[in-house]
Design a protein around this ligand. Structure first.
Ligand code: GTP
Ligand code: MG
Length: 195
């Protein structure tokens, strides 16, 4: 996809704020700090349109980014952030759950996993939940540049096995730093939205 235009649309706190132009939506799920905002920026060649932070848990809303007149990236709040209260976590869960289950234009969830570490319990639960509910999901492993290339395949295998991905399915290796995986990810997205 050639990105000619990318703009931040809204930080939505509820369905009444979601866009109503029915463009396909691609959501990003993953633990706080895994690199969701950085991936968006890399996909659209912008340094800081999606705000990144070394401080986890910053994004607490559904952040919509419109790409050309073609689709939205929807940056979901990071899960598994310990420093929010239980009540906050439960509210978060319902809000996101509703979005993931009921949002008609949602075409694909990219679940981001840090390639350096085995998926956490939260990662596993999220993946299982998405599969269980039939939400289309692809696994994208981030921060590949932080480990030597010689270890990529080994780490990818741990991710695949820990999540219980189907045989023949592979996580997509990604690095926002290097731009690794960008073209491949655009191809998958385009296929998914019928481009
Ligand atoms: P929340 O919004 O808090 O849920 O975090 P996020 O998932 O949006 O993570 P974000 O993109 O803000 O990145 C967190 C930190 O990881 C930042 O310091 C980024 O610069 C760094 N980071 C993200 N992706 C990469 C990557 O591919 N390589 C390297 N080296 N650093 C990365
Ligand atoms: Mg973010």
């Amino acid at each position: 996809m050639k990105v000619n235009q990318a703009e931040f649309i809204i930080s939505a706190v509820g369905p009444s704020q979601y866009p109503d132009d029915a463009l396909p939506e691609i959501a990003l799920a993953g633990r706080s700090n895994v690199g969701k905002s950085s991936l968006i920026n890399r996909m659209i060649n912008r340094k800081n349109l999606a705000r990144t932070s070394s401080q986890p848990g910053k994004t607490q809303t559904l952040n919509y980014y419109k790409i050309n007149q073609d689709l939205y990236f929807v940056d979901l709040p990071g899960y598994g952030y310990a420093r929010v209260s239980k009540t906050q976590r439960e509210q978060w869960g319902k809000f996101i759950e509703n979005y993931l289950l009921n949002r008609e234009p949602l075409k694909l969830v990219m679940q981001l996993i840090d390639l350096r570490h085995p998926p956490t319990k939260d990662d596993q639960a999220m993946y299982e939940w998405l599969r269980h509910h039939g939400v289309p999901v692809i696994v994208v492993t981030t921060k590949a540049d932080k480990i030597p290339k010689s270890k990529w395949q080994k780490h990818a295998k741990v991710v695949r096995e820990t999540l219980g991905m189907d045989k023949g399915e592979q996580p997509l290796l990604f690095s926002s730093e290097l731009g690794l995986g960008k073209d491949e990810l655009w191809d998958l997205i385009e296929k998914r939205i019928g481009f």
